[in-house]
Write a protein that binds this ligand. Structure first.
Ligand SMILES: C[S@@+](CC[C@H](N)C(=O)[O-])C[C@H]1O[C@@H](n2cnc3c(N)ncnc32)[C@H](O)[C@@H]1O
Length: 183
């Protein structure tokens, strides 16, 4: 996978920004931002006072988040952002059963993470997924249309869901946005 370069702006996902206050206010326990990049989404949640564990395998990105954490500490009198250097493909999943108040997963989709998310979310915990968009060859990394909904349907209460077919017709790939709560 290509190295994710530092973005020019730390503007969060617009979709996340709509729900960030609700997630921050109502999550019981730690929020994990899975494949957090340079922390634009975690910083948005932390601006509402939530504690976020930022998980990625890009050390440079995690170092930038550590600087952000110092800034957050000044504002909120607590760091709000912590980091975990983890290879999500090869390392064992580090979170125990029902240990997380919310999971954020934006622009990094791996189908086998879905079961792990469900395992580690507390009952009532928020799950927020947004895939990359469908331009160019992105469809190669995107889930099959309907796959995520079918996988999660029995386990979550969907608050918001949108899915769109992308790529060549034979690919059956889709982009999606999901905001849900574990039942
Ligand atoms: C497109 S970026 C999205 C970052 C962030 N979620 C955002 O919305 O700004 C994808 C992220 O996935 C991370 N990533 C890629 N492969 C990974 C792996 N095997 N383990 C952990 N993180 C990985 C990259 O380092 C990068 O930060």
């Amino acid at each position: 996978m290509k190295r994710h370069k530092k973005p020019i702006s730390l503007e969060p996902s617009r979709f996340l920004a709509k729900f960030a206050e609700e997630i921050a206010a109502n999550s019981s326990g730690l929020i994990a931002d899975i494949a957090c990049g340079y922390g634009r989404n975690a910083a948005c949640l932390a601006s509402f006072g939530a504690d976020i564990l930022c998980v990625d395998n890009n050390i440079e990105a995690l170092e930038c988040i550590c600087s952000l954490a110092s800034e957050m500490k000044r504002i909120h009198s607590k760091p709000c952002l912590s980091t975990l250097n983890l290879d999500l493909i090869n390392a064992p999943w580090p979170f125990t059963k029902e240990s997380l108040g919310a999971i954020i997963n934006i622009h990094f989709f791996m189908p086998n993470l879905l079961d792990l998310f469900l395992y580690s979310l507390k009952i009532g915990g928020y799950l927020f997924i947004e895939t990359i968009d469908g331009h160019g060859g992105n469809y190669l990394q995107l889930p099959r249309y309907g796959f995520v909904k079918a996988k999660l349907a029995d386990m979550v209460r969907i608050i918001y869901y949108s899915e769109k077919k992308v790529g060549p017709p034979q690919s059956d790939a889709s982009t999606l946005k999901l905001f849900a709560q574990k039942k």
